[in-house]
Design a protein. Structure first.
Length: 350
C-alpha cells in the first residue's frame, strides 16, 4: 500500500528523498541465504576494500545506522573522559543532535561563532586554550563539517591548515562528512585530497543524504587516535546485526561512481535554483551556493505563501532566512516550478 504521492517533491532536506534504485537493487542482491552477523560478512569485508581505495591503505570502516551515531561514537573513541571538542557554532553536533554528544558521550562542546560555518586556525584558537588547566575541559579534538551546515566548502588547503594547527596543539581532527560526496563533486577532487592527504584523523562518511537507506560509516584514517571503537559502536547501539545490508548500500554508493553522479546532480539543481531566483526583487542570498544547499532571505510572507506546494524549512526566522536543499532525485522541472512560485509570490500584485 502506497500512502504518499511519489511525484511530490520538496526542498526541505536531502533526507526527504527516497532510496536510489541502484541501492535498492544492492539490498535485494545482498538478500537470501545466511551471512555472519555483526559485520563478519562478505559485504562488510568488501566495503573495507572499497573504503581503502578512496582513503588509503590504513583506512578502516565501521558501518553504523545514522549520522548522529557516527559523530558521537567517533568522537567518543577519539577523546579521553576529560576531553572536549571545538566546533563551529552551526555544527550539526552542536545544533541538531539533541545534545547527544553531551548526554550520550559525556563530551563538552566548545562552539565558535563563524560567518560561514567554517573554522579556521585563528577561530580554533578562540577555544583551543587552557591546556593543562584542571578546571577546564581539555580541547583535544576539533570537528568540522564538509560540506558545512551553511552549504559552504572547505578547500583541501583550508582543511590542511586546520589539521596542522590542531595537531601542533595535540588535538585530533574529525570531519562530519554527511555530505562528503557533495563536497568532492563540487571541488572536483577525490575524497583523500581533503581528508587523508590533508591530515584528517577520523571522519563520519554519509550515505543517507546521497540516496542510501539509513547507511553511514565511521572511517578511521589514523588508527593511533581511536581507542575501543569496536566496543563503543555496540555500547552506543550502532552495531547492526544484519550489517551486510548496511554495507551493501555503501558498496553500491562508493564502489563505482553512483556517489558522484548523485551528488553532482544535487549540486547542479542547487545551482539552477539559485540562478532561477537571482533576479527576483527582494530575494537575497545569505551564503554562497557551493554544494546542494541554497540559503536565502525572502520578503515577508513569501515563504508561507509557497510552502504548501514545496515544503522547506526556516533557517533564521528573525531575518526571514530559509534553506532550500536539493537531492539526487530533484528534477529540473521541480526547480523551475518552485522558482516560478517564488517569483509570483514576490511580485507587487501578490
Amino acid at each position: 500500500m502506497q500512502l504518499h504521492d511519489p511525484a511530490r517533491r520538496g526542498f526541505a532536506s536531502d533526507n526527504y528523498s527516497g532510496v536510489h534504485p541502484e541501492i535498492l537493487d544492492a539490498i535485494a542482491e545482498a538478500n537470501g541465504g545466511h551471512q555472519t552477523a555483526y559485520g563478519g560478512d562478505a559485504y562488510t569485508r568488501r566495503l573495507n576494500e572499497v573504503i581503502r581505495g578512496h582513503f588509503g591503505p590504513e583506512a578502516e570502516a565501521f558501518p553504523v545506522f545514522n549520522g548522529t551515531g557516527a559523530n558521537v561514537t567517533a568522537l567518543l573513541a577519539m577523546l579521553p573522559r576529560w576531553g572536549a571538542v571545538v566546533c563551529a557554532q552551526t555544527a550539526h553536533i552542536n545544533v541538531d543532535e539533541g545534545g547527544a554528544p553531551e548526554k550520550v558521550a559525556g563530551l563538552k562542546l566548545y562552539p565558535v561563532p563563524t560567518p560561514d560555518g567554517k573554522l579556521t586556525p585563528e577561530l580554533l584558537d578562540v577555544e583551543a586554550r587552557g591546556f593543562g588547566d584542571e578546571h577546564r575541559a581539555q580541547p583535544l579534538a576539533v570537528s568540522i563539517t564538509q560540506s558545512t551546515e551553511l552549504g559552504t566548502l572547505y578547500t583541501p588547503d583550508e582543511i590542511r591548515a586546520i589539521t596542522e594547527h590542531a595537531h601542533s596543539l595535540g588535538m585530533t581532527v574529525h570531519v562530519d562528512g554527511s555530505r562528503l560526496g557533495n563536497a568532492a563533486a563540487a571541488l572536483g577532487v577525490d575524497f583523500a585530497a581533503f581528508t587523508t592527504d590533508a591530515g584528517v584523523d577520523v571522519l563520519s562518511l554519509g550515505g543517507t543524504k546521497n540516496g542510501a537507506l539509513g547507511a553511514e560509516a565511521i572511517v578511521v584514517l589514523n588508527p593511533d587516535v581511536c581507542t575501543g571503537l569496536t566496543f563503543l559502536r555496540k555500547t552506543n547501539m550502532q552495531l547492526a546485526s544484519k550489517m551486510r545490508f548496511v554495507s551493501a548500500q555503501l558498496i553500491a554508493l562508493y564502489e563505482g561512481d553512483l556517489w558522484l553522479r548523485s551528488a553532482s546532480h544535487a549540486n547542479a539543481m542547487a545551482t539552477r535554483l539559485r540562478a532561477a531566483v537571482a533576479d527576483i526583487p527582494g530575494v537575497e542570498f545569505a551564503q554562497p551556493t557551493q554544494a546542494n544547499g541554497v540559503f536565502v532571505r525572502l520578503p515577508e510572507g513569501v515563504a508561507d505563501a509557497v510552502r504548501s506546494e514545496f515544503f522547506f524549512y526556516d533557517w533564521d526566522e528573525a531575518v526571514r532566512e530559509v534553506r532550500w536543499m536539493c537531492s539526487f532525485d530533484t528534477a529540473g522541472a521541480d526547480v523551475d516550478a518552485f522558482a516560478a512560485l517564488i517569483r509570483d509570490a514576490c511580485s507587487p500584485s501578490a
